[in-house]
Design a protein around this ligand. Structure first.
Ligand SMILES: [Zn+2]
Length: 454
């Protein structure tokens, strides 16, 4: 299976999906750049998410909060204290334990294994060195580097939604139940990182804080678990590669009443792709307490104020991108077209969903040495660019160019050939079926729009 992961990593590098950050200087552990294709794909994922959960839901509004917030936010949220322990981490499963508990031979999570120095989660025996650990990246605001000016890069996006709760209510006049959505960068100074982009120190989260009346939280929780799963399935992830994991009571985060992780079967094993947490009224209460501002919701029907409960569906954008790549990757031994000469090659097909594929259409002149055909193909390319993410390729044999497009998941290849010069038609080749159809150039925009939206 690691072999499979190597193939994904290699494809990402070779075709411009993902590169190590600062690679010419040896990289920086746990940081990744998204290349020409990866950044388009990431953007498509975010657009799909916004379309689904903001545009199509009238009870959800979007915000865009800052990465650096007032330090008091992290006092109120509990992040400042709960991350400040001396911790060791199991190198195998990344579970963290307090170093003092480890030294005493007991664990925070009283697991099955009683034996000292053995991970109670996975039985692993290798540990990181104990270190005082705050997961938050620290910086200073302003020119003075002293205690009073310390600030942190946010380790989660959620706090903006709680801190802005009142502002959102006042400006949008929205009523409970409602949600605040956000996509944004988060930073965690993980002790160990790895499995390619899976565990990174800088990452993007797409999440909703959905506020409900206490007592209606459990129903909303179930609703959001289903909505989240449906989103993944609709983006093309195979059902058998998804599962729910109910987090045990004793392992829940300090604010959570219930959490379900949605796991994906990554090549390195089942791992968390997304989660749904019932954060109760913990955060709004804490921020009311710490800020001195009343963050209760006023119910104008009953005339009463209360702290709403919060359901938090959240997903890692890069993790979803990685899952989509793994799910779509196929190798066809001997090639897809049995009649071509290149039958000994292994061909890669990236069967990405239409909406997330970075390039929708490739325009190819059949041959490079006929100026009329090349000119026609370039004309079509210019015509389509305002409507679709397109690319133009004239290098190499047509078969090789089809394979290059299949490898990055391009949905349709348009080929201008000799017949194009006679009747202004060209062929549309479907990535998945490899079937070709002739279409009039003047109908192209309409036909492609229909095909891509069907
Ligand atoms: Zn472990």
């Amino acid at each position: 299976m690691n072999n499979f992961m190597d193939k994904i990593v290699s494809l990402c590098k070779r075709r411009g999906f993902i590169f190590p950050s600062s690679e010419i200087y040896g990289g920086l552990g746990g940081f990744w750049d998204y290349g020409p294709l990866g950044s388009l794909m990431k953007n498509n994922i975010k657009q799909e998410w916004l379309k689904r959960f903001v545009q199509q839901k009238q009870d959800i509004v979007l915000i865009d909060g800052t990465v650096i917030m007032n330090s008091k936010v992290w006092q109120a949220s509990g992040h400042l204290q709960s991350f400040a322990d001396s911790l060791i981490e199991c190198k195998k499963c990344h579970s963290r334990f307090r170093a003092d508990h480890m030294a005493e031979g007991r664990f925070v999570n009283q697991g099955k294994a009683k034996q000292k120095n053995q991970c109670p989660e996975c039985g692993g025996k290798e540990w990181t060195r104990p270190q005082m650990f705050n997961l938050m990246f620290k910086t200073f605001v302003g020119p003075v580097e002293d205690k009073a000016h310390i600030a942190y890069l946010r380790p989660e996006t959620a706090q903006s939604m709680f801190v802005d709760f009142k502002n959102v209510l006042d400006c949008s006049r929205i009523k409970i139940p409602f949600g605040i959505a956000q996509i944004g960068k988060c930073f965690r100074n993980e002790i160990t990182f790895g499995d390619f982009t899976f565990r990174s120190r800088e990452f993007e989260i797409a999440e909703i804080e959905y506020f409900v009346k206490p007592g209606e939280d459990e129903k909303a929780f179930d609703y959001w678990v289903k909505e989240w799963e449906r989103f993944f399935l609709d983006l093309g992830i195979r059902k058998e590669n998804l599962r729910r994991k109910e987090i045990k009571k004793k392992e829940l985060a300090h604010y959570s009443k219930r959490t379900i992780d949605i796991e994906y079967k990554f090549p390195f094993g089942w791992s968390e792709l997304a989660g749904i947490a019932n954060r109760t009224d913990y955060d709004l209460k804490r921020h009311s307490q710490f800020s001195g501002k009343d963050l209760r919701y006023f119910d104008d029907k009953t005339g009463k104020r209360y702290f709403p409960y919060v359901i938090e569906p959240t997903l890692g954008v890069e993790r979803l991108l990685l899952a989509l790549l793994c799910d779509a990757y196929q190798e066809i031994k001997g090639g897809r077209t049995k009649t071509t000469k290149a039958t000994k090659e292994v061909e890669v097909l990236l069967k990405l969903n239409k909406r997330v594929a970075p390039i929708k259409i490739a325009i190819l002149p059949l041959v490079r040495n006929r100026p009329e055909i090349v000119e026609k193909a370039k004309e079509v390319y210019q015509m389509l660019r305002p409507y679709f993410m397109c690319c133009y390729d004239e290098l190499g044999s047509i078969g090789r160019r089809y394979r290059r497009q299949d490898e990055i998941g391009t949905i349709y290849c348009l080929t201008c050939d000799f017949q194009t010069l006679k009747d202004n038609t060209l062929t549309i080749r479907d990535r998945d079926t490899m079937k070709q159809k002739r279409v009039k150039i003047k109908d192209l925009i309409k036909v492609l729009k229909e095909k891509l939206e069907e």
